[in-house]
Design a protein. Structure first.
Length: 482
């Protein structure tokens, strides 16, 4: 059976025209959604969206329902305005947005009406301000507020955007200029185990490099340290969490170097050195590391760590943000504590008994817990628990101690191929939110934790790779120098 689902990537762009007593204007709520089919982005597909609004509870009879017949674009995205579709139940302009709680159900179907194999229910914590104000106060003028959707070349978050994840609007920015060329090592060849690759992997790579090489030469500044020390100020906000990019991140930056150069030169930055070699944070072995040539060929190879090559620091940003707010405002972003309660789930010795799992997970969901950690299960039991979670709509983090997860000093037997194959199967679960990489790692396990995290993020870059660390507790103490 084919699986279809949609992910709303913003829901804040409220159509808010001037409300004038003599001219009845029906406002709407502008949405943009990414449609996926069998885990893949649905490109140039005809879809039918059915939108329902509920008052008081997320089930029962809706107070409003409409449908939209649309086609996705080349990126799998559809844009639509709730309130302008084909109405089935109720009148959109008569919704009392001030009388909550309100819930919205979005259903997606391919082809004929009446077949909606996937749905998403959301509580409307923030109702359309223009509509609420109009209903309650008869306001005559409302300012439109829309989220900022970033694109490559934008100046934002302290640098220049060179990668954006369409699912979350999270992404990566680079500094507006190269830093002085540096060697990769700090004067001593040694393995630092920074093999992580993929989105965000360069951060941990860089931290490990400085932690494990910093004492080799107290006065020197090598590539990763230069990037970690870098700071940039933009629109009055200082950004200090920069790092040396991983191989994957470096290639994303190289691929968009012409757009980056154009923005950089307009604001007093510098262009990339065309044809020069740039260091990544990804290690090849104890004496060599990966670099990339910044030209059309994009050649990636490795060389000895003592070579002095170009460097350009990067940083990651996450989540949607309203264009009417500053970065310091308390906005809802990805993976904040406000969004969920996490419950550990020990599935009765990993029996794989689905009726038992269904009972436990149903009670968990009824208790208001939105995310469940499926831990200490064998592979068969994990799949059974994921099947049940999928049927119940319970969001999960998956842990498999035999495939890709570690516990304390115990680590799984794995290869890049085995992890890629395993994650390739698990990522088809719609309600899987991420992977529990390591539980309570010892200091000696951090490099392996980072390696597995990089492999998992390469196989499934859009999901969370999670570890639980106790750096200063009992037997897990990492020491004062960690």
């Amino acid at each position: 059976m084919r699986k279809f689902f949609l992910l709303v990537i913003f829901a804040c762009c409220f159509m808010s025209p001037t409300f004038i007593a003599l001219a009845q204007v029906v406002p709407g709520v502008a949405y943009q959604s990414l449609i996926r089919e069998d885990g893949e982005v649905a490109v140039n597909k005809a879809v039918v969206l059915r939108i329902s609004v509920f008052q008081g509870a997320s089930t029962g009879s809706p107070i409003y329902r409409e449908t939209h017949s649309l086609s996705t674009n080349v990126e799998g995205i559809v844009s639509y305005v709730i309130g302008s579709g084909t109405p089935l139940i109720g009148v959109f302009s008569e919704i009392d947005w001030s009388n909550g709680p309100l819930f919205m159900k979005e259903e997606v179907g391919f082809g004929a009406h009446g077949n909606y194999p996937s749905e998403k229910v959301s509580k409307l914590n923030s109702v359309p301000y223009a509509l609420s104000a109009s209903t309650v106060e008869g306001i005559t003028d409302v300012k439109q507020v829309a989220p900022t959707l970033y694109k490559v070349g934008d100046l934002a978050h302290g640098g220049i955007v060179f990668y954006v994840d369409p699912l979350s609007n999270s992404g990566l920015v680079c500094a507006i200029a190269d830093l002085p060329a540096r060697s990769w090592y700090n004067g001593v060849n040694k393995a630092v185990y920074t093999t992580g690759d993929g989105f965000g992997a360069g951060k941990m790579n860089s931290v490990l490099q400085v932690a494990l090489q910093g004492g080799d030469n107290a006065t020197a500044s090598f590539a990763a340290k230069s990037c970690l020390d870098y700071k940039a100020t933009q629109a009055g906000v200082s950004y200090g969490d920069w790092y040396l990019p991983s191989k994957w991140e470096l290639n994303q930056m190289r691929s968009h170097r012409e757009v980056i150069n154009e923005t950089a030169l307009k604001i007093g930055g510098t262009s990339f050195s065309e044809g020069y070699l740039y260091w990544s944070s990804s290690e090849f072995d104890n004496s060599r590391a990966w670099w990339q040539r910044f030209d059309a060929t994009g050649l990636q190879s490795f060389d000895t760590k003592n070579y002095t090559l170009e460097i350009r620091p990067i940083r990651a940003f996450s989540g949607l943000r309203s264009s009417a707010t500053s970065p310091s405002d308390d906005q809802e972003t990805s993976w904040t504590q406000k969004e969920f309660v996490l419950s550990t789930f020990l599935a009765l010795t990993g029996s794989g008994d689905k009726p038992t799992y269904e009972k436990i997970l149903s009670q968990t969901r009824e208790a208001g817990i939105t995310h469940v950690e499926l831990s200490f299960l064998n592979t068969t039991a994990l799949r059974a628990a994921l099947d049940v979670s999928e049927a119940l709509g319970v969001k999960t983090l998956a842990q498999d101690l035999t495939k890709f997860s570690g516990f304390q000093s115990e680590q799984p037997s794995y290869t890049p191929t085995s992890i890629n194959n395993e994650i390739g199967q698990l990522k088809n679960y719609r309600f899987l939110e991420g992977y529990f990489i390591w539980d309570e790692p010892y200091l000696v396990n951090l490099a392996t934790t980072n390696d597995i995290k990089g492999l998992v993020k390469t196989a499934d870059p859009r999901r969370l790779a999670f570890s639980l660390c106790f750096p200063s507790y009992g037997p897990y103490t990492w020491g004062d120098d960690s």
